[in-house]
Design a protein around this ligand. Structure first.
Ligand code: CAA
Length: 395
């Protein structure tokens, strides 16, 4: 048996969409005080996809540098987590399999439970690698967070993908046991099959998130988890970054730990760097928080970090990981900053036009103009099919 072998995240790459709307621009048109956005919810800008970008193009883009570095030889499973699926039947990961030229012996499946799906995928991947440490698993988390225009959720939109290569002897983060789990049937946020935007009870969702944190933490403790003061910091799911600060304050209170706002800020601020400028990326959000933390602090060798994953509806998990010694060498910091910085700014009118553009659902042939900046794009819709293509490096 290989129970003691460290297994976890060996490589981690992020991608986001090509357009960005700042909250300063949004505030000028919604009439909200921009301080509400910047301080109240902790958001500065949101990524917006072009018409030729979606969860597949972002995920393929995130996975490509990982495959370029490590190859596909050891990968036998590709898990794709999303809550903004593009098909009711076919797994989005099959398109990624094709775009990145995976061998046919790699199985592909899609996982869904709101924002929690990627954590389920990571745990399933870890178990598969424990079963056969020669194998690696590619976990993809990709989402476009879209709320109704002029709704309170609009300011928390975003889009991103995280790709994680899970392997034995990971270079970034070994996943520890135990995990604390919590499931509750609650209608705080959901998206019926006939809707392109989520239905959300905002205030209820905040309460449900904190209840799930309590439940997952209690289960973590019941299974022999570490006390909070032995955990360096926690990477929380960040539907908006202020939620992570609220969650940490709440958990400190629940565990009877004294901490003022400055201490909470000090612990959580390093985890929010990507989410505050990208917005909610649902399944990818917790892993954007992890990347932000590791990239912001090069002194974490051997430290234990907590991860809290929350998916509305709801399922939550609290677990920890051990930062690998020398993790700094495995990070993709410059690459991540460049994909964030290259986004083209959107003015509000163009953003509205983009959001209100008709969706093509009649199965006819629609060619999509090339606006995506990434390595892959949705080139056309034809016969009810999505036609993806790799973008030649020169264009
Ligand atoms: N200056 C400074 N702060 C201000 C302010 C101003 N002028 N005006 C308001 N604020 C503060 C408020 O006091 C509030 O802070 P506190 O909660 O600490 O009191 C904060 O800004 C937000 O203000 P409101 O509550 O009035 O904002 P809202 O009615 O617009 O709703 C929201 C906020 C509920 C988060 C809404 O954006 C929403 O529905 N978002 C989508 C749902 C969501 O993200 N839920 C999170 C949990 S569910 C989950 O995690 C899964 C997921 O990914 C969706």
């Amino acid at each position: 048996m290989t129970a003691d072998l460290p297994v976890g995240i060996h490589d981690l790459a992020l991608r986001t969409s090509s357009l960005v709307l700042t909250h300063a621009e949004l505030a000028q048109h919604t009439g909200a005080d921009v301080v509400k956005y910047h301080e109240g919810i902790g958001q500065r800008s949101m990524s917006v996809p072009t018409a030729d970008e979606d969860i597949v193009t972002m995920a393929a883009d995130a996975a490509a540098p990982i495959i370029e570095l490590h190859g596909t030889d050891r990968i036998r499973t590709l898990l794709f987590a999303t809550e903004t699926s593009i098909d009711q039947s076919k797994a989005a990961g099959v398109y990624v399999h094709s775009l990145l030229d995976f061998p046919p012996y790699v199985r592909v499946v899609e996982l869904k439970q709101a924002c929690y799906g990627a954590t389920a995928a990571l745990q399933f991947a870890t178990a598969l690698v424990h079963q056969d440490p020669a194998q690696q698993v590619l976990v993809l988390a990709s989402d476009v967070a879209r709320y109704d225009l002029d709704s309170p959720g609009e300011a928390t939109q975003g889009a991103a993908a995280a790709a994680m290569l899970v392997s034995a002897d990971p270079a970034i983060l070994a996943i520890n046991t135990p995990s604390g789990l919590f499931t509750q049937d609650v209608m705080d946020f959901w998206r019926p099959n006939y809707r392109s935007t989520a239905v959300v009870d905002g205030k209820k969702s905040l309460y449900a998130y904190l209840q799930a944190l309590d439940g997952a933490w209690k289960d973590y403790q019941a299974h022999g988890g570490l006390p909070l003061d032995e955990i360096h910091t926690v990477c929380y799911h960040q539907p908006f970054t202020r939620m992570a600060f609220k969650a940490h304050q709440h958990l400190l209170g629940e565990t009877g730990t004294q901490a003022d706002a400055a201490a909470v800020d000090h612990a959580i601020a390093p985890t929010t760097g990507y989410n505050e400028i990208i917005g909610n990326s649902y399944t990818a959000s917790t892993y954007l928080a992890l990347a932000a933390l590791l990239e912001a602090d090069d002194t974490l060798d051997g430290q234990t970090v907590g991860l809290f994953s929350y998916g509305s509806g709801s399922v939550a998990e609290f677990f920890t990981g051990q930062v690998a010694p020398g993790y700094q060498a495995a990070l993709r910091t410059d690459d991540h900053r460049s994909v964030v910085d290259r986004r083209r700014p959107l003015d509000y009118d163009t953003y509205r036009q983009l959001r209100m553009a008709p969706t093509h659902t009649n199965g006819a042939h629609h060619t999509l103009p090339h606006h995506a900046q990434g390595a892959f794009r949705l080139a056309a819709l034809r016969d009810h099919q999505r036609i993806y293509e790799a973008v030649p490096a020169t264009t």
